[in-house]
Structure formats: structure tokens, C-alpha cells
Design a protein around this ligand. Structure first.
Ligand code: SAH
Length: 251
């Protein structure tokens, strides 16, 4: 049986996933708590990624080396960058890039030395399954979010986007920085802090990766969203609904 890792960015998302697992047991490694058990009959290991690229790379490596996971799905939140990528939308990554990696002039800007590329790919088949699950989540929104939550965050017709996700060791929270990123990388849909690190480790080991992010903010000056409240009432629900559907689909 294929052992799958479910990696969450936030406690709220992990707690929701653990609630779906009937038999999880805790195993500690590298100062992290890994939860081994089953989800709809599939062997899974659930864990928090920890924030930032280095922490994410350690988590990915431990999942593969110590827990022998054969594929990884990551669920978290991200800041929307491209026009039309709005709060409450979902982004499924097709490619990843580290926006703060710069070894120029020795290598082209963003290129990861030793790989000959700046862009790492998500696994197409595993990602297609995740797209199917995320699409079903959005289609079922009235059952997932209360009307009050949908009104509070103006979530009336959230969309699913597919494409480039960029990662760096910075929480992007100014319009100025968001503009710089959009100009430098016009095809970047969203920015976060872990995806590209997982992608690089997964490429090293040949482990399939799929990543979905719920847009929690527009990576700008506007503090229009109460982050903690959004996580609990929207992101954690999207996340668990999507994992539920993904693992049912695999049956
Ligand atoms: N204030 C939050 C900290 C969140 S850190 C707290 O107290 O918990 C940000 C997390 O959300 C990271 O996992 C990152 O991947 C993601 N993220 C969401 N919006 C982001 C943005 N605008 N820039 C970078 N990362 C973002």
C-alpha cells in the first residue's frame, strides 16, 4: 500500500485532518510530532510542515527517510499575487520557484545550483487527483462554509487556479513587495514559505508532490482578513474537505 504524507501549514488544518483519522499514533522525530494512522483505509503520516524553507525541507526529508512515505500532499494558505487570485480561492501548484534564491551572476536569477533550473514540477498525476478533490470542495461550498462565514469573507464564487507557486523566507505583507514579485514573476499565482522547499527535496528523492493553498490574503498592506479567524472558519474547512475527498477518490 502507498504510504502518503499529509503536510499542513497550520495547527488548525492539521487538527481537522487528525479528526478524520480513527487510529493516529504520535511519533516524535527531529523535534516534530508525526501522526501515523489511516485515512479512508489508506496509510498516512500527518505532520505540521513548520514555517519557512529550511524547516519545510527538514520535515520533507524526515517524512521520506524515516517514515518511508511514497508521496506527499501539502495543504496550507498563501498570499494571492496574480490579478484575480482572491481571498477564498484555491491554488493548486504545477510548478514551484524560490523567489529569494539568487546566486547571480554565477547562475541565472532564481536558478537552484546543481539542478539547471529555477522551476521544480509538481507530480502531474498526483496533482490531477488533488485538482479533482479541490474542485469538488469548491463545488460543495454551501455544505462546507456557513452563510455567515461566506458573507464575512465575501466568498461567493471562489475559483481554483493552477500554475506557478513561489516560496521564500518572508511573509509578504506590503503592496510594494507584492508588486516587485508580480513584475519579476508575472506568472506567479501566489506566494508562501514552504512549497518550493518540499518540491526540491521531493525531486532529490523522486517522491511525487502535490500542493494546494487557500488564499488567505493578497500579500499587500490591506489587513482585511483576520488571519486566525480565516484559518479556523475557512482554510481548515477547505483543507479537511479536500483531504477527505482526495482519499475517498483513491479508493
Ligand atoms: N501571522 C501568522 C503567521 C503566518 S506565517 C501566525 O501568527 O500564525 C505564514 C504562513 O502562511 C506560512 O506558512 C506561509 O506559507 C503562508 N502565507 C500566507 N500568506 C502569505 C504571504 N502573504 N506571504 C508569505 N507566506 C504566506
Amino acid at each position: 500500500m502507498t504510504r502518503t504524507a499529509i503536510v499542513s501549514a497550520m495547527h488548525e488544518e492539521l487538527a481537522a485532518v487528525l479528526a478524520l483519522m480513527p487510529d493516529e499514533r504520535r511519533v516524535q522525530a527531529a523535534g516534530r510530532e508525526f501522526w501515523q494512522g489511516h485515512l479512508h483505509g489508506h496509510e498516512v503520516v500527518a505532520v505540521l510542515s513548520r514555517i519557512g524553507k529550511v524547516a519545510a525541507a527538514t520535515t520533507a526529508t524526515v517524512l521520506i527517510e524515516r517514515f518511508g512515505v511514497q508521496r506527499i500532499v501539502f495543504t496550507g494558505v498563501a498570499g494571492g499575487l496574480a490579478p484575480g487570485v482572491n481571498v477564498g480561492d484555491m491554488v493548486v501548484a504545477e510548478h514551484f520557484l524560490q523567489h529569494d534564491l539568487d546566486v547571480s551572476p554565477l547562475f541565472p536569477r532564481y536558478e537552484a545550483p546543481g539542478y539547471g533550473t529555477a522551476r521544480f514540477a509538481a507530480d502531474p498525476a498526483w496533482t490531477a487527483a488533488l485538482v479533482q478533490a479541490a474542485t469538488a470542495t469548491l463545488a460543495d461550498l454551501p455544505h462546507i462554509l456557513t452563510p455567515a462565514t461566506r458573507d464575512e469573507f465575501a466568498l461567493h464564487a471562489p475559483r481554483l487556479h493552477r500554475g506557478l507557486l513561489i516560496s521564500g523566507d518572508r511573509f509578504v505583507a506590503t503592496t510594494a513587495e507584492s508588486r516587485v514579485l508580480q513584475q519579476a514573476l508575472p506568472d506567479a499565482l501566489a506566494v508562501e514559505m514552504e512549497g518550493a522547499a518540499f518540491a526540491q527535496v521531493c525531486r532529490d528523492y523522486g517522491v511525487p508532490l502535490a500542493v494546494v493553498r487557500t488564499i488567505s490574503d493578497r500579500a499587500d498592506d490591506a489587513a482585511h482578513v483576520d488571519f486566525a479567524r480565516f484559518l479556523q472558519t475557512v482554510a481548515a474547512r477547505y483543507s479537511v474537505a479536500t483531504m477527505d475527498r482526495l482519499f475517498r477518490l483513491l479508493c
